[in-house]
Write a protein that binds this ligand. Structure first.
Ligand code: ATP
Ligand code: MG
Length: 418
């Protein structure tokens, strides 16, 4: 894509009303636009990152056998009354229309997915089932000061699993733990993300949170480096440490943000809707459920938060908006023609290129924009690089670049990203 055609512009100044580093950088880069506290629109660059995260998550959910759906955002009040959450859920958006009807804006989808499945499944032969979606959620968050980390409108992948036995649920639950680890590694924060034991509420002993270490995180966790697991401060007791075989003196306290969460729901939502199955003997039992969430915007914000340096964002190659940021330095015809040739050749090779072909912009400005936008490879064409018979290639995360041929540039980018 030609940067001269991109309708968004970078900004030098931080937005005055934004205190979080992730939102500051994303807004300055033109990835997102802030509408109000906790509500952001995705612009072309941000949407490209979001789509890549979405595809990684979708691939991993499909691999474990998930069936994708897209459920409604407006949800009937009756369903929420049935589970008791119309009253009990503090952060539920309740919306009324002029006819006096009230609906919930979905903060989660148990109240929708369970009644849907009731229409289709009733025999033990229909199980197990794994249903997921990637969709906007709404929650009345009191504090929405962490940018993309805590939205009032935000995008979540939510999966719901349905089982006829505890053993079958547990098998799948551990598969999902592995799928989550794969997802966080693939988006580039695996090394900072720990599976964390947290309280399971009234129904199950534990839930598992996937917590990414960052000083701006709202949670406090205790990490056992040796085993790679952690315990949330809220559940840290001698009894739990014993059960998990962890030694208190070996745990390191860290601040962290929850990028994903998986739960054993047992019959909490199947019971109120009477979602049940008949076994081989024709006896009726309630269905067992699990649920599995990941916040996509929170994940995107977390990547920015934990990988950025003082100059700007550093995208992992797997989710970068483009693979190469090609900079034409100088408005002379020789430079423009050569940069154009490089742009066309890289694009033809299937490489995603953001081509800074803007005229009357200083080299310094193009460099600082490249640092802010954080595209993994920076390729510079200038009279100097042309004289040296090549293109200056530098990785965003590295200090020094080198002159390479167009063939070498192509090979390096393809080799490292495919
Ligand atoms: P938190 O404790 O941070 O409020 P939660 O326990 O309410 O999170 P879940 O209901 O388990 O979150 O939602 C699943 C996932 O959705 C979370 O792990 C997180 O990644 C994401 N998420 C939850 N709330 C928000 C939010 N307000 N903004 C962005 N992402 C969110
Ligand atoms: Mg919450």
């Amino acid at each position: 894509m030609r940067q001269s055609k991109l309708f968004t512009r970078t900004r030098k100044e931080s937005p005055a009303d934004e205190v979080s580093r992730n939102a500051e950088l994303l807004i300055r880069g033109g990835f997102v636009h802030k509408e109000m506290a906790g509500v952001y629109s995705y612009l072309p660059l941000g949407l490209r990152v979001l789509r890549k995260i979405e595809n990684i998550i979708r691939e991993e959910m499909d691999k474990v056998g998930g069936q994708e759906v897209l459920m409604s955002t407006m949800q009937p009040k009756e369903n929420w009354e049935k589970t008791g959450r119309w009253q009990a859920m503090d952060d539920l958006y309740k919306v009324g229309d002029s006819s006096g009807r009230e609906v919930a804006l979905g903060p989660t989808h148990e109240e929708i997915v369970v009644p849907i499945l009731k229409n289709y499944i009733s025999s033990h032969k229909d199980f197990p089932l794994y249903i997921y979606q990637i969709q906007n959620k709404f929650r009345m968050e009191l504090r929405a000061k962490s940018g993309m980390l805590r939205g009032r409108e935000f995008i979540m992948k939510d999966m719901y699993s349905f089982h006829t036995s505890a053993g079958d649920f547990e098998n799948f639950y551990s598969k999902m733990q592995d799928a989550y680890k794969t997802i966080f590694s693939r988006v580039g924060i695996g090394h900072l993300t720990y599976m964390t034991f947290a309280s399971g509420g009234t129904f199950a002993k534990y839930s598992h949170e996937f917590q990414t270490i960052t000083p701006v995180g709202e949670d406090v966790i205790y990490v056992d480096e040796a085993s790679g697991v952690a315990v949330n401060k809220e559940v840290l007791s001698d009894e739990i440490l014993n059960q998990l075989n962890l030694k208190k003196e070996k745990l390191v306290e860290q601040r962290a943000i929850e990028v994903g969460n998986i739960f054993d729901l047992k019959t909490k939502y199947s019971a109120p809707f009477d979602l049940s199955f008949t076994d081989e003997k024709g006896e009726k039992h309630p269905v067992l459920m699990g649920c599995y969430g990941i916040g996509l915007g929170r994940l995107l914000g977390t990547v920015v938060e934990v990988l950025a340096d003082d100059k700007g964002i550093i995208w992992p190659e797997s989710i970068a908006p483009f693979q190469v940021h090609l900079l034409a330095l100088g408005d002379d015809e020789t430079t423009s023609a050569e940069a154009d040739r490089v742009y066309k050749s890289l694009s033809k090779a299937g490489i995603e290129v953001l081509f800074d072909d803007r005229m009357n912009i200083s080299a310094g400005e193009k460099f600082s924009d490249a640092d802010l936008l954080g595209i993994p490879f920076r390729a510079v064409v200038s009279l100097r690089s042309i004289k040296e018979k090549g293109i200056e290639l530098k990785k965003r995360a590295e200090e020094k670049g080198k002159i390479v041929s167009l063939e070498e540039l192509t090979r390096t980018v393809l080799g490292e990203t495919s």
